[in-house]
Design a protein around this ligand. Structure first.
Ligand SMILES: Nc1ncnc2c1ncn2[C@@H]1O[C@H](COP(=O)(O)OP(=O)(O)OP(=O)(O)O)[C@@H](O)[C@H]1O
Ligand SMILES: [Mg+2]
Length: 393
């Protein structure tokens, strides 16, 4: 899988840019605020139909313009494809694949699989559970098309369930003091719609159990694979001293097989009073987390900053390997400004371990030793949204 070329029009600080990329290594050098991340973001947009920096499409359109465009020629599964994304300052966007409009994000997601590594990712161990869930969601959406659909439907059901629970919660605030532990029965005299709500909660809990089951199944499989691959890489970086184990953490009773969904539903049902008390759905994969252990110790609590960074680095390599196994094709790796955050030894490890993956690296400057390790590729220099291609080095 490769990106052959890109055209940017009125995208962020690029008025008009056309670049042909190297098949293996693309090194993008520039001072701060020149447009390095903007270029990486445009590639990311081609893969995910959204940015990793903003949820607002309008931000991507060059200041003062009505619309912008990112058009990318790619090759995946030995087929040439074009992805053309029009973004508008009213926040709307239109995506075309080979000239035909794509309506569902799933149709875009597995055309080009991109793994991004930015300074934020280095903090994944210390960050909030939400960030770690976002990491799994992002990766699985690309490599398991079924995942994205289940995830989307789960979230729809969750939103509706939470709206009902919030209704109860507000009623409780009006009627009871804070210390009261409110149950459905307590509410009944004040709420004529109790039976209706109860039925709706059943409907949503059934949907949450069905889609939640799929989500849990995919996530557990993925985290098991991550653990195997990342621990191998971690052992390599640490000279065998550090044994990494990654675990998926959930309060859900999960078993695979035909009863799996029913068991989840029952658990959601039994958790209902607690949900009502809190005013939101307190149980489900939307509350889960991943945990990292080094030599048996929780890396979030006890790991040094260096160890945590090494885990993050191992995770990225593991992702690449898993994507390769599942897709039978190498993904594309975007390294935005991450080298400067790693020591020279880890930088060199990173570069030397990546061989058959098309790589995009941005940096303010590159160490000479790292340049030597890169063995070929194309160097681009960016200055205020203008890119000059420096010859092969
Ligand atoms: N919608 C937009 N229209 C025009 N310019 C924009 C828009 N959004 C961002 N910019 C400009 O793009 C520049 C930032 O680009 P970018 O984030 O790619 O920088 P960078 O080269 O990655 O810098 P750093 O090394 O600091 O990360 C800023 O000058 C910013 O004002
Ligand atoms: Mg940047």
């Amino acid at each position: 899988m490769k990106i052959k070329s890109i055209i940017l029009e009125n995208y962020r600080n690029y008025k008009n840019l056309e670049l042909i990329f190297d098949d293996s290594r693309n090194i993008i050098i520039g001072e701060n605020a020149q447009g390095k991340t903007n270029l990486i973001e445009a590639i990311y947009l081609t893969a995910f139909a959204k940015s990793f920096r903003t949820n607002n499409t309008a931000d991507l359109v060059m200041f003062g313009e009505q619309s912008g465009r990112v058009s990318t020629d790619i090759i995946s599964e030995d087929i040439d494809k074009n992805i053309n994304i029009i973004i508008r300052s009213d926040g709307k966007k239109m995506i075309k694949k080979d000239g035909k409009v794509i309506r569902k994000t799933t149709e875009l997601l597995n055309n080009i699989v991109v793994i991004i590594f930015s300074p934020d990712d280095l903090r994944i161990i210390k960050d909030s559970p939400e960030r770690r869930r976002a990491f799994i969601n992002r990766e699985l959406s690309q490599i398991r098309p079924g995942y994205y659909e289940s995830f989307r439907k789960y979230n729809d059901a969750l939103k509706q369930k939470n709206a009902i629970l919030k209704g109860y919660f507000n009623l409780k605030k009006k009627t009871f003091t804070r210390a009261d532990n409110l149950s459905l029965n307590d509410i009944s005299p004040y709420d004529n719609s109790r039976q209706y709500n109860e039925e709706m909660l059943d409907v949503f809990d059934k949907q949450l159990a069905d889609y939640g089951y799929e989500i849990l199944r995919y996530r557990k499989e993925f985290v098991d694979m991550l653990s195997t691959e990342a621990s191998e890489i971690m052992a390599k970086i640490s000279g065998g001293k550090e044994k990494l184990v990654i675990e998926y953490k959930t309060a859900c009773d999960f078993i695979t097989g035909t009863e799996g969904r029913e068991i989840l539903y029952k658990q959601f049902y039994h958790n209902r009073e607690k949900d009502i008390y809190n005013g939101y759905a307190t149980l489900g994969p939307h509350r889960d987390d991943i945990e990292f252990y080094i030599n048996g110790k929780d890396a979030k609590k006890y790991g040094s900053q260096g160890q945590q960074r090494t885990i993050a680095l191992s995770l990225k390599f593991a992702e690449i390997r898993i994507a390769k196994q599942i897709l039978d094709e190498a993904p594309i790796l975007l390294l935005d400004d991450v080298l400067s955050e790693l020591d020279l030894e880890r930088q060199r490890f990173l570069i030397s371990e990546i061989d058959d993956v098309q790589l995009f690296i941005t940096s303010a400057e590159l160490n000479d030793e790292v340049i030597k390790d890169l063995r070929g590729g194309t160097l681009f220099r960016i200055e205020e949204g203008t890119v000059t291609r420096v010859d092969k080095y």
